[in-house]
Write a protein that binds this ligand. Structure first.
Ligand code: CMX
Length: 133
């Protein structure tokens, strides 16, 4: 399950269009992709910073994961995503080490990556995602 690098940081925002100008100015680059991920009930905007992406997440459903997060905690860092060779194998390794999985097998996320999450209750309060091509 050893990650090769941080693939992206997910940041929950109330409104994608309103937060874009701030991040474009901060990062000195334009958002290169906007994508709705229906399965995750989010709209996303991506920025590239070196080999790591910043993923802004706007909820499309108050009962979705980001909708609930915004309601409870407000805007802020939502998850950290590690690039791994194979997300399915990384999830199996994590389970074998006693970590709680949200996804037993990977599903399709933004940019058509295979993604799977570990439950924050077993990772010191951080929502961790594995992703692979
Ligand atoms: N980081 C840390 N803790 C989180 C969290 C997050 N992002 N989201 C929820 N939690 C915590 C809550 O604070 C809560 O803790 P307490 O019990 O101490 O209050 C606990 O997890 C349960 O939260 P909840 O609001 O009751 O929500 P659920 O249990 O229904 O869901 C979770 C929580 C993590 C299982 C759900 O958000 C999930 O499945 N997440 C994975 C999918 C996801 O986040 N997709 C969006 C991003 C997709 C993308 O990158 O494209």
């Amino acid at each position: 399950m050893k990650p090769t690098h941080i693939e992206h940081l997910g940041i929950a925002v109330k409104n994608l269009e309103e937060s874009l100008p701030f991040y474009e100015k901060l990062l000195g680059t334009s958002c290169y992709a906007l994508e709705e991920v229906k399965d995750q009930k989010v709209r996303t905007a991506f920025f590239m910073v070196g080999q790591t992406k910043i993923e802004l997440l706007e909820s499309t459903d108050p009962e979705g994961p980001v909708g609930k997060f915004l309601e409870k905690k407000g805007e802020g860092i939502h998850h950290i995503a590690f690039a791994v060779e194979n997300a399915g194998d990384a999830l199996k390794d994590a389970e074998a080490q006693g970590l709680s999985l949200i996804d037993k097998v990977p599903r399709k996320g933004a940019e058509d990556l295979n993604i799977g999450f570990l439950h924050p209750k077993s990772t010191h309060g951080v929502l961790i995602e594995f992703c692979s091509k």
